[in-house]
Structures are given as structure tokens and as C-alpha cells.
Design a protein around this ligand. Structure first.
Ligand SMILES: [Zn+2]
Length: 296
């Protein structure tokens, strides 16, 4: 009988950050300045990618709605790391730090943003909304999970909405507070506090520099992949084709395969559930590169 209890556990997932160049790295060494990157652990499964223009617009909108500020996102590289959740759920990483978690709330049919501790440090002096100024007497003893008492609050937003993330300014410390119902009224529960500041780098980040900073690692991956393909092709007598779905991963596979077989045949499985743009893209790419396409 098959072992039904066998489970899969993903490996550790991480990226690195070059603090000197202010760029993300897939491996420890920066190809631009040759310094060693600072390790950023990622929550599993660890599918980190660059935030698209549309994703950036969504983040701007949510930061503005929640904390009245969004200009700190200008000209900065944002990374999103997909994590487990009922629907969409992404860790938002800015300058190597997890500032917020973006998720889609199916109960209210909209995206939401949960602030993380690094995000609170970033917004401590910037937030124009959802900011709570606290008395530093709350810093005594264990504070995580504690409720904020009325006399510890110097100022707070005029109204509190269940589930909202609030920026706490506590002297030199910053924290995240969550609005929760306590008895009959809404109250603020402390999620976390930190003394660590978040000073944004003056160095602008570009996609071009990101690629250059990762060049040696990417080239090494490419060499390994091509060696593996070459080895397979030398042993196989069967016809070879490349399965292409129109996504980023299969596009990378297609580019690698073409380095060894420029006229490779392409197989596209049209499930019937594809977006029309995907089907159009697959067909156009094959026609532009004069590749024979088998659509099934
Ligand atoms: Zn560097």
C-alpha cells in the first residue's frame, strides 16, 4: 500500500539584499560591488517576484487610504512574496524589509494591507492617518498582545474600524496596533513594537541594476541548465519539444532550450480557461520567432 502520510516540506527560502547598492540578490554575492548581501528569510513557499506597475498602484492606493501617505514608494523596487492564505496573500518587501502583508479579503471583496513592524518604523514619522501617539509608560514589561489603556494614549484617530492596522508612535519606538472589539467597544491591541528605525536609502533602485547585480548568479544558473539539457538531449532518441504555457517560467525554459535547438517545436496546451491575451501572446511569440506551434 502506498504511504498516504508522506508529506512534502519545502526547503528554506531566502533572498539577499545588497545594502551598498540597495538591490535584491538571488545569491549572497553582489555582481556589481562584490559585497556580501544581507540574508532575508522568506515565508514559505517562497515565490518572490518584482511588483508590477498594477501592483504598485494598488499598494499606493491602500497606503494612502490607510495611512494617508504613499510617496515613499516612488522610484523604489518593491518585491512581493506569495504566502499561504484563503485567497491572494503577499509579503510586501521594501529595501529588504517586510513592511506589510497584502491580501484579498473575500468577505468584503477587496484588498487589504496589514502593517508589519518594519512598516510601522517606516510610517512612524510619515503617517497622516491611523496614527496613535502613546505614552512611553507602556514600554514597561511585556507589551506584545496587550491592550492599550485610555490613559496611555496621547492621541488617536477619531474612529476605529475593526481589523485596521494602526501605526503606534511610542517615543523612540514604533509599533503596530490592531483594532479589535473588547467588550462593547473597539480597542487597540499591540501586535509588536520595535526600536529599530527604517531610514530609506538615497540610492534609487532600477531594474537594470537589479539584473546587473544578479548577473553572475543568473549566468551560473543558465550554464547549469544548459549542461543538463545537453546531457539529456545526448541520451534521448525521442522527438523533442518544449511545453510553453505563456508564463514566465516556461518562457525561461523556452529561451534556454532555444540556445541548444533554435528551431525547437513548441507545445501549448490550451485548457480553454486561458485569458485571450495569453493565447494571443503564445501565438505571436511563436510566429515572431518562427517556431512551429502545436496547440492542443
Ligand atoms: Zn552591491
Amino acid at each position: 500500500m502506498q504511504d498516504r502520510k508522506r508529506s512534502f516540506s519545502p526547503g528554506t527560502s531566502e533572498i539577499f539584499w545588497c545594502r551598498k547598492c540597495n538591490l535584491p540578490l538571488l545569491s549572497e554575492d553582489c555582481s556589481l560591488c562584490h559585497s556580501t548581501g544581507w540574508r532575508i528569510p522568506l515565508s514559505p513557499p517562497g515565490d518572490v517576484r518584482l511588483c508590477s506597475r498594477r501592483g504598485r498602484d494598488l499598494l499606493r492606493e491602500l497606503f494612502l487610504q490607510n495611512w494617508g501617505v504613499e510617496d515613499f514608494l516612488d522610484d523604489r523596487l518593491i518585491l512581493l512574496n506569495k504566502i499561504a492564505g484563503t485567497d491572494r496573500r503577499d509579503q510586501v518587501i521594501l529595501e529588504g524589509r517586510h513592511i506589510a502583508t497584502l491580501w484579498f479579503d473575500i468577505t468584503v471583496d477587496r484588498h487589504r494591507l496589514d502593517l508589519e513592524i518594519a512598516g510601522a518604523a517606516l510610517l512612524k514619522e510619515r503617517a497622516k492617518k491611523n496614527l496613535v501617539v502613546c505614552d512611553d509608560t507602556i514600554l514597561k514589561g511585556h507589551i506584545k498582545g496587550k491592550w492599550l489603556a485610555g490613559d496611555q494614549i496621547v492621541s488617536q484617530p477619531p474612529s476605529l474600524e475593526e481589523g485596521d492596522s494602526l501605526v503606534l508612535r511610542i517615543g523612540k519606538f514604533s509599533g503596530v496596533g490592531i483594532v479589535r472589539r473588547k467588550y462593547e467597544a473597539q480597542a487597540i491591541r499591540i501586535k509588536d513594537v520595535t526600536q529599530r528605525d527604517f531610514v530609506l536609502s538615497d540610492r534609487p533602485t532600477t531594474l537594470k541594476d537589479t539584473i546587473l547585480a544578479n548577473e553572475e548568479h543568473l549566468k551560473r544558473l543558465e550554464r547549469e541548465a544548459i549542461a543538463g539539457l545537453r546531457d539529456y538531449l545526448s541520451r534521448s532518441r525521442l522527438p523533442v519539444n518544449i511545453s510553453f504555457s505563456g508564463g514566465k517560467d516556461s518562457l525561461a525554459s523556452l529561451i534556454l532550450a532555444r540556445k541548444l535547438m533554435p528551431r525547437i517545436e513548441v507545445l501549448f496546451i490550451n485548457t480553454g480557461l486561458e485569458f485571450p491575451e495569453t493565447v494571443e501572446y503564445v501565438q505571436k511569440l511563436c510566429s515572431d520567432h518562427k517556431l512551429r506551434l502545436h496547440e492542443i
